[in-house]
Design a protein around this ligand. Structure first.
Ligand code: GAR
Length: 203
């Protein structure tokens, strides 16, 4: 469907995943419903058994598995990955649960075009297990809430960069790590789609 707000008609997204792909699913659903005027042209995973690949196949989106071998140099892998992503000519590259730090060998190919989702607020709990770490910090009495952010990825900094959107997720006294995680995911799915929609509409 044409988007009157955007100069780029039907912007192309390449989504990078490593696992379940529930955020990928939110993007696919939003594209299918017309909530997001964009098109996922490829889903690339660095793990062969990521469930997100199955989600992509069900939506008839091309999938690529790009596993880094032990012998392969990190920058060489990133350059190969960048070639693969570039072959789809994306307007935006979305890291939706992509669990590898990308070097400049990748990022320099898509300046200001790589968007990352992280299940914590800016400057907190970078890397893996952010929700679990936040819950433990809550139990120690160090924090009262956590959150979600979506940001641009300018360099190799882990889960940091210009913030595009953030939202607080309160931690409730009867929360367990699991209930907190479920609420964080609900916020992620909405915030990621809203943020991509804003980017796409303003491009
Ligand atoms: C999401 O919670 C995402 O924010 C997180 O991985 C999960 C992927 O879930 N990303 C990071 O922690 C990045 N540091 P999904 O595969 O179901 O979308």
């Amino acid at each position: 469907m044409a988007n009157p707000k955007s100069k780029i008609q039907n912007p192309k997204l390449v989504v990078l995943i490593s696992g379940s792909g529930s955020n990928l699913q939110a993007i696919l659903d939003a594209c299918a419903s017309g909530e997001l005027h964009a098109h996922v042209v490829a889903v690339i995973s660095n793990t062969a058994d990521a469930y997100g690949l199955e989600r992509a196949r069900r939506a008839n989106v091309p999938t690529v598995v790009c596993v880094k071998s032990k012998e392969q140099d990190r920058r060489a892998y990133d350059a190969e990955l960048a070639d693969m992503v570039a072959s789809y000519q994306p307007d935006w590259v979305v890291l939706a649960g992509w669990m590898r730090i990308l070097s400049s060998a990748f990022l320099n190919r898509f300046p200001n075009r790589v968007v990352n989702l992280h299940p914590a607020l800016p400057g907190t709990f970078p890397g893996t297990h952010a929700i679990e770490c936040a819950f433990q910090a809550y139990e120690r009495g160090e924090i009262k809430h956590t959150g979600v952010m979506v940001h641009l990825v300018p360099d190799e900094g882990v889960d940091c960069g210009p913030v595009l959107a953030q939202e607080i997720v309160p931690i409730q006294s009867d929360d367990t790590a699991e209930t907190l995680e479920a609420r964080v995911h609900i916020v992620e799915h909405r915030l990621l789609v809203e943020t991509i929609r804003r980017l796409v509409d303003s491009a």
